[in-house]
Design a binder for this molecule. Structure first.
Ligand code: ADP
Length: 453
């Protein structure tokens, strides 16, 4: 089998907890790893444990983790055969995926063409509609330049609407519009922001759903036509369109409903020739799923699906990239129990401002059903240059109640000193009766925060 491998050494083009997560999967599969790091990340944990480690530039991501040529050169000099992009940075950059393959290396992810199609939310929605996936109603394509025509579209869709950047991501580049008088200004402003942030001013518009939940479907597809869905995750607890706490499965949604939408997703994957791991994101309201976008990479919240299915998603990404066939069928996938993930951020508890600094104490929780994915160790310095995510606590239980109980104990055990974190926020959320009842909508957390302040 090992002689058939396309690659034996993987360059991990990322940092933080996901770099360590990918490194673990590589090592378990007997693959060597190359760690690349910025000057700010020299003493990171995965750098120490890599077979080869290479500094690729200064702290600024644009000069290190986003430097395509630097990364390709690093792969060449270290003799890596594949590049795993993780999430964020270059993970959804179609040109990078193409450049990796053009250099004769394997990109651990879908083809550049798939990434391109899904990275443009307008083409993504079109492709999904064609593949029979239900979408949020809206402008069927880019907004025209005439303000009058935009108004006509918005009135037909019906207010409130949400104006979104076709090239947007990370919860940025969208604006809710409640009435027709606000529309012209909102379009001009969002287009300007989209141009600045994503280099593309193209906008589209959707019905703004009032009380939806964010429910997403994880898929895995090999290069030989097998496409599987691994159940749903509920990521409704968000602040500023950013996920805070996720759980699997989505509470209260019948498993037949999930199976139905899961089948639609994998059918779409087969139709577009998708390969690798991916996530279909939906808004769910009144029993109806409406597609918003697809992420063509591993997601931060992938561990809760790993816990409920027993499938190592990152190892499967690597196996798929080797050209192997998925060694399971849909009917073999058992979704069991319940998992919750709390994202730990280095941020001020009241203002949510990033709180970089040196972690002087870092005591992790443990016990049955508790998993912690983190790159942080005692005396680690959280850098100001990157995302404030410092780790994830994942709890698993036979029931949702057990997963919640285990998470509450884990959060109480966790000790962090030297920096501020959002642990107290998670504790308060888990104690909240509405959260405990399950099925809160995407605006719940912001309403809850507003009431507390
Ligand atoms: P991004 O790529 O920036 O994450 P998404 O399109 O996935 O953007 O949307 C992120 C979040 O914004 C969703 O999870 C949801 O909370 C909110 N959102 C997006 N579209 C709508 C909509 N049509 N109605 C209501 N909320 C929406």
């Amino acid at each position: 089998m090992s002689d058939m491998q396309r690659f034996k050494r993987v360059l991990i083009a990322n940092r933080g907890e996901i770099a360590l997560r990918i490194q673990r999967a590589c090592r378990q599969l007997g693959l060597e790893t190359v760690a690349v790091y910025s000057e700010a990340d020299a003493d990171s944990r995965h750098v120490r444990e890599a077979d080869v480690a290479l500094c690729i530039g200064p702290a600024a991501a644009s000069k290190s983790y986003l430097d395509m040529e630097g990364l390709l050169l690093a792969a060449k000099v270290t003799d890596a055969g594949a590049i795993h992009p993780g999430y964020g940075f270059l993970s959804e950059n179609a040109d990078f995926a193409d450049a990796v393959e053009a250099a004769g290396l394997t990109f651990v992810g879908p083809t550049g063409d798939s990434i391109r199609m899904m990275g443009d939310k307008i083409t993504a929605k079109r492709a999904m509609r064609d593949a029979g996936v239900p979408c949020v109603p809206g402008s069927d394509g880019p907004l025209p330049s005439s303000a009058e025509e935009v108004r006509a579209i918005a009135l037909e869709v019906g207010f409130p609407v949400i104006v979104k950047a076709s090239g947007g991501g990370g919860g940025r580049g969208m604006r809710v519009v409640h009435s027709v008088d606000e529309l012209d200004d909102a379009v001009v402003l969002t287009a300007k922001e989209a141009q600045q942030a994503f280099g593309n001013p193209t906008l589209y518009l959707e019905k703004y759903m009032q009380k939806p939940r964010h429910v997403e479907i994880q898929v895995l597809c090999d290069m030989h036509g097998t496409a599987l869905w691994l159940g749903a995750r509920d990521c409704s607890l968000q602040r500023r369109h950013q996920k805070v706490l996720e759980e699997a499965p989505a509470p209260g949604i019948p498993s037949e409903t999930i199976a139905e939408i899961g089948e639609r997703c994998v059918q779409a994957c087969r139709q577009i020739g998708y390969r690798g791991a991916g996530t279909f994101e939906f808004l769910y309201e009144d029993g109806i799923f409406a597609f918003i976008e697809m992420n063509t990479r591993v997601q931060v919240e992938h561990p809760i699906t790993e816990e409920t299915t027993g499938i190592d998603i990152v190892a499967q990404q690597l196996r798929i990239a080797q050209g192997e066939t998925l060694d399971m069928r849909q009917e073999d996938i058992r979704m069991q129990g319940h998992a919750i993930e709390c994202r730990l951020n280095a941020e001020d508890a009241a203002t949510f401002m990033p709180s970089p600094g040196t972690v002087t104490r870092w005591d992790l929780p443990g016990g049955p059903g508790i998993r912690v994915d983190t790159h942080v160790v005692s005396n680690y310095t959280v850098q100001p240059y990157y995302d404030s995510l410092i780790g994830k606590i994942i709890s698993y239980g036979a029931t949702r109640e057990q997963a919640i109980a285990r998470m509450r104990v884990a959060l109480a055990e966790m000790r962090v000193e030297g920096i501020s974190t959002n642990i107290a926020l998670h504790q308060d959320l888990l104690a909240d009766p509405q959260f405990q009842a399950g099925g809160v909508d995407i605006h719940y957390l912001e309403r809850w925060l507003a009431e507390r302040s």
